[in-house]
Design a protein around this ligand. Structure first.
Ligand SMILES: *[C@@H]1O[C@H](CO)[C@@H](O)[C@H](O)[C@H]1NC(C)=O
Ligand SMILES: *[C@@H]1O[C@H](CO)[C@@H](O)[C@H](O)[C@H]1NC(C)=O
Ligand SMILES: *[C@@H]1O[C@H](CO)[C@@H](O)[C@H](O)[C@H]1NC(C)=O
Length: 422
């Protein structure tokens, strides 16, 4: 069934699938090209009947072979001239019209990764799919040079030490990234403490990667304000980090025990956005609540630090749809990380996705969200009202700017409950 016959004059040339192209897709494309170009010259038939072909080839040996071979070479020339057209059609069929795989500087591994793989038994009855497709962010096309750099490596060898290149691609919307067939740089994690001691044990500078970062140790990081939710946040010993969520410094700071009480004991799993060094998840772990901390490694090795504390870091940008099913989390916690900037719709997309993964009756804890101006506060309030959440706590407070300018800043903290929508 997998063969194709071209009837030429009074002879027949037979092309086996494997001799021309490796995939059925290519054969189909090839056929259409050949048909278009040679229709006027040759009759074109598709014959699944192998007996008929055998009959022609084996029982008519007196036909003019040289005529046939002459015409076959004509076809081959036609095929060659159609190569460009084929590549274009294949690209469109792949669905990667925007990633020009025929460009000369595209890494071979990238092409290989993006190829579709037909299921050996055809259509899968459970899922309805006929092929396996690798997923890659469509905006990767805008950074094909970086992407090709990322996909250039020795197969089965060590990967280049390029996590920051990967993160750069992710931040440009090239997410998900293609997979790679090389071994990522491994860093021995010596001196990890057992759980739950690990939650508050200082992490050695030696067990994280500092490549691509300005600071080369945690002391250096602790002198910097990395974000509104992380200044001195790697200092687990004598800074303010250890007081977060258990000791209020302002009326905007809610305590973990108080918020958990609002959930009537039903809070077991949670999701923290922009969770800094993972302290929220650590405090929740002490309450037997499992929290996944969403973080990238912007200016600091957040992911490794959180993992070293025995907590779950999720390395994902906020532009990516969260890899969780609907209605699964009892709690979502977010601070100033919710400030995604851009058009109001950008925040809409994020909020709707957060709402999706939270179960009805679950809690949305907005923690010290910085309202740069009154308009921002109003927009966020309107958005929250759109979701129909029940306001269990709602505090708008002012704090004096930490940088010492004396200016006061407006913060919003709230605990909201997702309604059961019908
Ligand atoms: C076979 O084809 C060639 C080239 O077209 C021609 O010169 C030759 O006479 C043909 N022979 C027969 C037996 O038809
Ligand atoms: C906090 O601890 C670090 C080392 O753990 C030390 O260098 C620093 O002086 C301490 N700071 C205070 C205020 O105790
Ligand atoms: C957490 O779970 C452990 C083991 O089940 C239990 O001993 C401990 O009391 C729990 N802690 C809290 C705060 O519920």
């Amino acid at each position: 069934m997998g063969s194709v016959s071209l009837k030429i004059g009074d002879g027949t040339a037979r092309f086996k699938r494997a001799t021309l192209c490796s995939s059925a897709v290519n054969i189909l494309m090839l056929l259409s090209v050949v048909t278009t170009n040679l229709f006027a010259l040759y009759a074109f038939t598709y014959s699944p009947n192998d007996n008929k072909i055998d009959h022609i080839l084996h029982h008519s040996p007196h036909k003019n072979i040289s005529l046939i071979s002459e015409q076959v070479s004509l076809i081959i020339r036609e095929i060659d001239s159609s190569q460009k057209k084929l590549a274009q059609m294949e690209k469109e069929l792949l669905g990667y019209e925007t990633i020009d795989l025929s460009r000369p500087n595209i890494a071979a591994e990238l092409k290989l990764f993006l190829q579709h793989h037909q299921l050996p038994l055809g259509k899968d009855s459970r899922t309805g799919i006929t092929e396996m497709v690798a997923s890659v962010g469509h905006t990767c096309e805008k950074s094909t040079d970086l992407l090709s750099q990322y996909m250039t490596y020795k197969i089965s060898g060590p990967c280049p030490d390029d996590w920051s290149l990967a993160q750069k691609l992710i931040l440009r919307g090239c997410e998900p990234l293609p997979r790679r067939r090389c071994f990522a740089k491994s860093i021995p994690k010596v001196g990890l403490s057992p759980f739950p001691i690990s939650l508050w044990k200082p992490i050695s500078d030696k067990i994280v990667s500092w490549s691509g970062l300005g600071c080369k140790n945690f002391n250096c990081l602790n002198t910097k304000k990395l974000s509104r939710d992380c200044s001195d946040c790697f200092n687990l010993v004598n800074g303010t980090e250890s007081q977060k969520f258990v000791k209020a410094r302002s009326k905007n700071d809610f305590l973990i025990d108080d918020v958990l009480a609002l959930g009537y004991g039903g809070i077991r799993i949670g999701f923290d956005i922009g969770g800094g060094s993972g302290t929220f998840a650590a405090r929740m772990a002490e309450k037997n609540v499992t929290v996944i901390t969403n973080t990238l490694n912007i200016d600091a090795p957040f992911s490794e630090f959180i993992a070293a504390r025995g907590l779950f870091p999720l390395f994902l940008s906020l532009d990516h749809r969260f890899p969780f099913y609907d209605n699964v989390f009892d709690l979502v916690h977010v601070g100033s990380g919710l400030d995604v900037g851009g058009k109001p719709e950008k925040l809409d997309f994020l909020m709707f996705d957060l709402d999706r993964i939270m179960r009805p009756g679950g809690l949305f804890w907005l923690d010290n969200f910085y309202c740069a101006n009154d308009e921002k506060k109003k927009a966020l309030t309107r958005l929250i009202e759109k979701f129909g959440y029940k306001k269990l706590k709602w505090v708008v407070g002012e704090k004096v700017d930490g940088s010492g300018s004396g200016k006061s800043e407006v913060y919003l903290s709230a605990v909201l409950q997702k309604p059961a929508r019908v």
